[in-house]
Design a protein. Structure first.
Length: 304
């Protein structure tokens, strides 16, 4: 088997599983990444007042291309490729009355419900179930009525179903920790700008002795508020894998480092009763060592 075909098989084996929260896959082991790149949108750095907040994300990702380290589509090398990932992802946030280091303390849990359908050549499978659960603690700060930010530490637990040779495994089968900073600048009528900066440290998959590389990535949104609860603009993400993948403590050939950029239209609505709705479509560009496609995202918050 030539090197391109080997790379295509390695990517295809989990090109859409990768995301514990149903995302476009990154490089790392099997072509997947734990964080759902591009999931966040407007208001990402604005922590709400104390209370309990249930959010629901919904997504649909479709890809038919696999990119190697030079950006070439190598799907044909494995006899064709297709990945479809759909998910409903409840997120439960509790903003407490406690202040820590001057910030409002909050905790959250995310429990992704996924349907993953992947075909790599003649090998195809579909799985449905709960993915890797995300837990976090955060501190929220309000610098002014317009400027807000959050610092947090998240961890992803290997709770999703995983089988080493299943192209449509739902879980990643390793732990991950992710410190982050999210900043929002909000005007009811005027500029709205948001960015969420993250660094991922991935632990070893004990079943394969594979350690995925560390990742730096950012979700962003930039738009205009119209003064009636609506804002519209663009959103997406930037992704770079900054260290090599390793097997048995040694770097894999070529490092298997992934990268990507995504952008697309984005819409937000919120009102003074706490209702929130965002919708967007993001298409991937400048892709390396990963699948390439596009994703729809919807996020809703219904106050209790």
């Amino acid at each position: 088997m030539n090197k391109n075909r080997q790379a295509a098989v390695r990517l295809g084996m989990a090109a859409a599983i990768g995301a514990a929260l149903c995302i476009p896959a990154a490089a790392t082991e099997g072509g997947g990444s734990i964080y759902p790149n591009g999931v966040e949108n407007f208001l990402v750095g604005a922590m709400p007042p104390p209370g309990f907040y249930p959010l629901v994300y919904a997504t649909s990702y479709h890809a038919t291309r696999l990119r190697d380290g030079d950006g070439n589509d190598i799907a044909a090398a494995v006899g064709g490729f297709k990945a479809d990932v759909a998910g409903v992802i409840p997120r439960f946030i509790w903003v407490t009355d406690q202040k820590v280091l001057g910030g409002q303390l909050a905790v959250h849990a995310i429990v992704p419900l996924l349907n993953v359908d992947v075909r790599v050549g003649a090998n195809q499978n579909r799985n449905t179930g709960i993915g890797d659960i995300n837990l976090a603690a955060a501190l929220g700060y309000h610098v002014s009525p317009e400027l807000h930010y959050v610092v947090a530490l998240e961890t992803n637990a290997p709770t999703g179903r995983y089988e080493r040779n299943d192209v449509a495994s739902i879980g990643r089968n390793y732990w991950n920790i992710e410190p982050l900073l999210a900043v929002s600048y909000i005007q009811s009528k005027g500029i709205n700008a948001d960015i969420k900066l993250m660094y991922d440290y991935n632990f070893r998959n004990r079943d394969t002795d594979y350690k995925s590389g560390q990742e730096v990535h950012a979700d962003y949104a930039l738009g205009w508020g119209f003064g009636n609860g609506f804002a519209a603009g663009v959103s997406g993400y930037l992704y770079r894998q900054v260290t090599d993948d390793k097997i048995g403590g040694r770097a894999v050939a070529g490092g298997n480092r992934g990268r990507a950029f995504a952008i697309g239209p984005s819409l937000r609505y919120q009102n003074d009763k706490g209702w929130l709705f965002t919708a967007k479509y993001e298409k991937q560009y400048d892709v390396r060592n990963r699948s390439a496609g596009g994703a729809f995202w919807i996020k809703t918050l219904i106050p209790l």
